[in-house]
Design a protein around this ligand. Structure first.
Ligand SMILES: O=C(O)CCC(=O)C(=O)O
Ligand SMILES: [Fe+2]
Length: 322
């Protein structure tokens, strides 16, 4: 069948954060059902208005328009790209040979108080040329973290866990806001034939919240092996399951393979920007399968490990950590 219909519902986060008991239950059921099926939803009323998203794209474009040497000054050796700038040609999908056609910036957690935890994270890198860049990316980080915590409460409901199951694990967690620039390709004949904007991959973290990209290109792999474009309406965000949540739920929730394809030839000289927020827990969180996701017909798939150990292994596989 060529024309696959796939379940990527549009959910209203206010139904969960401000809704009646019935609306909250419906939201949990809907996100749970989509996450056991395609692993993707789109979400409206996530706490960021159009002005904030527009300003985010404005500062992100200004940053990537800085001269190459200015950007390279924000590459921090030894941090595996976890803070600051990562240049073109560095990151590739796990099983790919050729790096993705992108450059990116990463901002991490800001800890207030708790000196020990603070010392365990690298400092954020501030862009001296663009003061608004720092303020706006920090604001977006906070808002996506808040939206992500609400979504995890809804997911906890679906998994029949206490609503606050994820809270102490993700508050002050190791989440990352990544601003990506898929750069223009001036001469398409000069790139490797297998070079793509983002090769087929699964995200590492618990869930990803993606702010509507500036152009088409995101696709998910459906069960029958065809690729299906993901489009969010207006300012909606796209939310998907990552490998950590798949592991914790013993594959009940699906970390679906996705990619970003190159534009048609006539648009090769244009940029694409996107801003995913990778919601990570603290390193000490156990990713051992939840008891209620393991039974005789669903034997335990993965060996136990912590989020920190798992992240380390994955950063090596994608070429960011040596
Ligand atoms: O740019 C996009 O639309 C998606 C990016 C993505 O999948 C990722 O960075 O993990
Ligand atoms: Fe991704």
């Amino acid at each position: 069948m060529l024309n696959t219909t796939i379940n990527i519902p549009r959910l209203n986060l206010l139904d969960f954060t401000e809704g009646t008991a019935e609306q909250r239950k419906q939201f949990s059921d809907d996100i749970g059902k989509a996450f056991t099926d395609t692993g993707f939803v789109t979400v409206a009323n996530h706490g960021m208005n159009k002005e904030l998203i527009d300003e985010l794209y404005e500062v992100v474009k200004q940053f990537f328009a800085l001269p190459e040497e200015a950007k390279r000054a924000y590459e921090i050796p030894g941090l595996a790209g976890q803070r600051g700038y990562t240049a073109k040609g560095k990151e590739k999908a796990k099983d790919a040979k050729t790096p993705d056609l992108k450059e990116f910036w990463q901002r991490g957690q800001t800890i207030i108080g708790d000196e020990t935890l603070r010392a365990s994270y690298p400092e954020n890198v501030e862009v001296r040329e663009l003061p608004r860049f720092n303020a706006v990316t920090e604001e977006v980080y906070r808002r996506l973290e808040t939206a992500g915590r609400a979504l995890l409460k809804a997911i906890a409901g679906f998994l029949e866990l206490e609503e606050d199951y994820f809270e102490d694990k993700v508050i002050n967690g190791n989440s990352i806001l990544r601003a990506i620039h898929y750069f223009p390709i001036e001469n398409p004949d000069e790139i490797a034939p297998d070079a793509v904007r983002a090769g087929a991959h699964e995200d590492i973290n618990l869930i990803t919240l993606l702010i509507g990209a500036s152009a088409d290109g995101l696709e998910v792999l459906t069960r029958n092996g065809t690729w299906y474009p993901v489009k969010a309406y207006g300012e909606d965000i796209v939310v998907n399951v990552g490998d950590m949540l798949q592991r914790l739920t013993n594959n009940k929730l699906k970390s679906t393979t996705h990619r970003v394809v190159n534009p048609p030839k006539e648009l090769m000289k244009t940029s694409r920007y996107s801003v995913p927020f990778f919601l990570h827990p603290k390193a000490e969180m156990s990713l051992a399968a939840l008891e209620n996701c393991v039974d005789a017909s669903h034997p335990k798939i993965y060996p136990d490990c912590t989020a920190g150990e798992y992240l380390d292994e994955r950063l090596r596989e994608i070429g960011l950590k040596m």
